[in-house]
Design a protein around this ligand. Structure first.
Ligand code: ATP
Ligand code: LTN
Length: 337
């Protein structure tokens, strides 16, 4: 166990990241972002993981825009940048530096088992680059640099947090207690919101527009997408993800956003049809997203404010990350000046 884990007085450290690889979806919001605001007594770092997006070809101007947009969205979702360290991964060189070292402590066989690598290589068969393969090592570096205790993510990222733990344990077993071993924090419901058009698949920001709701979608787009969401033909409102994936996905969205149990959510809709279910989901989504959009528009309009926040927080992150990185350099035997 690391020093940090042995000290019950120490405030917990929470770290998470989202890629600025597209429009942030309702899946990202429910599975990850929404949970970021739940750690009152912890030191929280929320990173815009721009380096990770380079594993897939990006348009440079769009990437710059989406990076600033995601940072503004973090704040709009209720994360106070004075209390939470909100910054961009590429502004803190320690992430890439630790990734090199940890690459040398990660086996090809481990990386080969990663389901996200298999999915992404199938999706981008023309560009299966080394970065896509070593993606989990950069993610492990993100987490381990800050002696993180908890990593709030959707269920699809569980395997990546597990390989991060394995790498950290391997390193600690050779060099002593260098890294805190992190735990994933995955909420019980909403950890995997499904596509509106193919409810057997995860809602994903890199899929076609009609399959997801974006947090910044206009109300008319939200209404249209939910109206067209795939359901089934039996007409009964019941939670049964295996046999009724479309209806169950809508019920999950509704119950999470209303902070209501699934039983209560289903009971309130008894005797009603799918039209009423979609209407209820639309109202709940609009009620949640409208205030976020209003705050987002204010923040994104004030460029100086956002750059100041990102600059100050990058310095803070670099200070914290530097402590771990220096210890790692020393432990592995790199000459100190
Ligand atoms: P991409 O399509 O570019 O791979 P993505 O939409 O899958 O992106 P990520 O940036 O990989 O999103 O994920 C950001 C966070 O959102 C992660 O914690 C991830 O687990 C969570 N997340 C992503 N999609 C969903 C979903 N459909 N339901 C719940 N959580 C999700
Ligand atoms: N791999 C994650 C994004 C990510 C992340 C992280 C999440 C990169 N670094 C560190 C949590 C902690 C994804 O694809 N969703």
């Amino acid at each position: 166990m690391s020093e940090q884990n042995q000290n019950p007085e120490k405030r917990k450290v929470v770290f998470s990241g989202i890629q600025p690889s597209g429009n942030i979806t309702l899946g990202n919001y429910i599975g990850a972002l929404r949970n970021f605001t739940r750690f009152d007594d912890a030191d929280c770092l929320y990173c815009v993981v721009d380096l990770h997006t380079l594993t897939v070809r990006q348009n440079p101007a769009d990437l710059r825009k989406r990076t600033a947009s995601l940072a503004a969205l973090y704040i709009a979702c209720g994360l106070d940048p004075e209390e939470n360290c909100i910054y961009c991964q590429s502004h803190v060189p320690a992430h890439a530096e630790l990734a090199w070292i940890l690459n040398c402590f990660t086996y090809m066989g481990e990386l080969n088992r990663m389901t996200q690598f298999k999915d992404k290589s199938a999706k981008h068969a023309d560009n299966i680059n080394a970065g896509l393969f070593t993606y989990p090592v950069l993610m492990a570096s993100d987490i381990l640099l800050y002696q993180t205790d908890l990593v709030p993510v959707g269920v699809d990222q569980k395997q990546h947090v597990e390989i991060c733990r394995d790498i950290a344990q391997r390193f600690n077993s050779i060099y002593g207690d260098v890294f805190t071993i992190p735990e994933p924090f995955i909420s019980k419901s909403g950890a995997k919101i499904m596509s509106l058009q193919e409810p057997a698949r995860k809602m994903s920001k890199s899929d076609p527009d009609e399959t997801f709701i974006a947090v910044l979608d206009k109300p008319e787009d939200i209404r249209r997408k939910l109206k067209r969401a795939v359901t089934d033909s039996d007409g009964e409102i019941r939670y049964d993800p295996e046999n009724k994936p479309g209806v169950s996905n809508l019920l999950t969205i509704l119950s999470v956003l209303k902070n209501q149990s699934m039983d209560d959510t289903v009971a309130a809709l008894q005797g009603l049809g799918y039209g009423a279910l979609k209407e209820a989901v639309t109202e709940a989504v609009l009620a949640e997203l409208t205030p976020i959009q209003t705050r987002y528009n204010e923040i994104i309009a004030d460029k100086d404010y956002l750059s100041n926040v990102l600059k100050r927080n990058a310095e803070k992150a670099q200070y914290l990350a530097g402590k771990t990185l220096r210890k790692v350099y020393r432990k592995v035997g790199l000459l100190q000046l």
